[in-house]
Design a protein around this ligand. Structure first.
Ligand SMILES: [Zn+2]
Ligand SMILES: [Zn+2]
Length: 359
């Protein structure tokens, strides 16, 4: 096991003697059932949605439900779960944190503390034994290219060792708000179906509109967001460019940037995991980064961590020989914080976290 720790693991009280996982792979019934339902139900609902659209026509409110729910839940995943909860790339007050967390939970990719633990484990063991969803390894076993693609995209959800949340997400377990939202996970998943049904019914003034709103804003949306997010685990660790010679095989894949809300600048992200913005060049579109900047401008979030051109240039100049490690911590801890005068006057400074030194 690598002795190099990421800053969030230090803050979470990681000790090398702690076990990063809690169960052998493939033993959880709940894990298997959740994986099966989230894989099979959305395409079934999508077939029904298309069949009904063939018969009744496709209403503008159905497309609106699909677009609105897609954008909201992808923001929940990339800004809420990933940049906010996992990497703590910004700080947010309780209301903003709650909204972003609920939106992420509506994407039905597991409760937030489970999601964060898996993702922090991914960063710690990236493309090595112990990574929950690498296309190169199934826990310990080396995988071929196509089998690895299938494993990282779908198969890992059915059989992976449960990440030890006490090791990887102690900070979130200790957070009463996130813990409460975590326990209500299935309520938020159902809300992700109920909201478009309600809105579709109200907009069209009919039960038929409620049904098609449910199908397009619930099932079709979930079918698309599932494969968009999972393509980050699979495709962006196999196909694309590698401007930064990071220790894993992460890639930037411009084709996937818009559907994933900017997540597909994945090599940038592994080079600077604590940065709230993944698009590091002016031409690298990053919708999640736009949302972060918008929320900061509205003073709903603060302490936004960003890279500077100097840091990017230094990181590019620092390329280690292929196959050698450049610990993420080295770049992550140096991230530039938004100047204090840009922070919200209403927001009290976040309490210092264990292992963190404030600039
Ligand atoms: Zn990755
Ligand atoms: Zn990450």
């Amino acid at each position: 096991m690598s002795a190099q720790l990421e800053s969030h693991e230090v803050a979470a009280g990681w000790q090398p003697r702690h076990n990063p996982t809690l169960s052998p792979a493939g033993t959880g019934r709940a894990q298997f059932l959740h994986a099966l339902l989230i894989l099979a139900l959305p395409p079934a609902g999508t077939v029904l949605a298309v069949a009904l659209a063939w018969r009744w026509g496709l209403g503008w409110s159905d497309l609106l439900m699909l677009a609105a729910m897609y954008v909201l839940t992808i923001i929940g995943i990339t800004v809420g779960f990933h940049r906010g909860l996992t990497h703590r790339a910004f700080q947010a007050g309780p209301a903003t944190r709650a909204v972003l967390t609920v939106l992420g939970a509506m994407a039905a990719q597991g409760p937030p503390i489970y999601w964060v633990s898996n993702h922090r484990r991914h960063h710690h063991f990236s493309d090595r034994p112990g990574d929950p969803h690498s296309p190169l390894y199934d826990e310990e076993r080396r995988l071929g290219r196509w089998r690895g693609l299938w494993h990282a995209h779908v198969a890992w959800t059915f059989r992976h060792r449960l990440s030890n949340t006490v090791v990887f997400a102690k900070d979130l377990i200790a957070d009463p708000l996130v813990s409460r939202l975590n326990r209500l996970y299935f309520v938020w998943v159902l809300l992700g179906f109920g909201l478009p049904a309600l809105a579709g019914g109200l907009l069209s003034g009919s039960w038929r509109g409620a049904l098609t709103g449910l199908l397009w804003g619930g099932f079709v949306r979930l079918f698309l967001t599932y494969h968009a997010t999972h393509s980050i685990n699979s495709i962006t660790h196999l196909f694309g460019s590698r401007p930064f010679n990071t220790r894993e095989q992460s890639r930037n894949n411009a084709w996937l940037v818009l559907p994933t809300g900017g997540e597909a600048w994945h090599n940038n992200h592994h080079a600077f995991p604590g940065s709230a913005v993944f698009g590091l060049r002016w031409w690298q579109l990053d919708p999640g980064g736009w949302v972060v900047r918008g929320l900061a401008r509205l003073r709903l979030i603060h302490d936004v961590r960003l890279t500077t051109p100097e840091m990017i240039a230094a990181r590019l100049a620092q390329q280690p020989p292929a196959g050698e490690d450049l610990p993420e911590r080295e770049t992550d801890d140096a991230l530039h914080r938004e100047p204090a005068h840009k922070r919200s006057a209403r927001s009290p400074p976040a309490p210092a976290r264990q292992g963190e030194t404030r600039p």
